[in-house]
Write a protein that binds this ligand. Structure first.
Ligand code: SF4
Ligand code: FES
Length: 138
C-alpha cells in the first residue's frame, strides 16, 4: 500500500488516512466495518458513512492517522497536551504539539500521534503496531 496520505470524499463527508503514522490498532475496522474494510478496494467506503460515524472513527483512532477533511480544529488547538502511556503499547500524544527532529525539522504538527515505546517500530519515532508482534509488556 502507498505511504501517501489518502483522501476519501463523498458529498459533504470527507476523511483522510495517513498510513505513515498508523499503529494498526484496527479500531476503525473492528468498530466500523461497514466503512473500513481492508478486504475492499478502496478500503474506505463512505456509502454507509455518516458525519457522526466518521467523527467517532477519528476519535477512536489512537494515532491521528484518520482525520476529518475540512475539520475545524480551533478547539483542539487550545487543548493542553496529554501524553498517555497505553497498556503494552505506544505513548499516545493528544493536544496541540509539534514533534521536532534533531535537525529542527518538524515531523508532525497535528493534534494526535502515537509514539513507539517498545523500541521495535520500523517507523520510529512513530508506533507501527510492532509492539503486538513482539508481545511488549509494560
Ligand atoms: S491507528 Fe487509526 S487508522 Fe490505523 S488501524 Fe488504528 S484506528 Fe485505524
Ligand atoms: S510501541 Fe508500538 S511499535 Fe513500539
Amino acid at each position: 500500500m502507498s505511504k501517501e496520505v489518502q483522501n476519501y470524499k463523498k458529498d459533504e463527508l470527507g476523511i483522510s488516512y495517513d498510513p505513515k503514522i498508523c499503529t494498526h490498532s484496527a479500531n476503525c475496522v473492528n468498530k466500523l466495518p461497514e466503512i473500513f474494510n481492508i478486504e475492499n478496494k478502496p478500503w474506505v467506503n463512505l456509502n454507509n458513512a455518516t458525519k457522526e460515524k466518521l467523527a467517532l472513527a477519528v476519535k477512536n483512532c489512537p494515532s491521528g492517522s484518520l482525520k476529518l477533511i475540512n475539520e475545524n480544529t480551533k478547539a483542539e488547538h487550545n487543548k493542553m497536551v496529554e501524553i498517555k502511556l497505553s497498556s503494552n503499547g505506544p505513548l499516545l500524544v493528544n493536544g496541540n504539539f509539534r514533534l521536532v527532529n534533531h535537525d529542527g525539522k518538524i515531523l508532525e504538527a497535528k493534534n494526535k500521534v502515537a509514539l513507539c515505546r517498545c523500541g521495535a517500530s520500523d517507523n520510529k519515532p512513530f508506533c507501527d503496531g510492532t509492539h503486538n508482534k513482539i508481545d511488549f509488556k509494560n
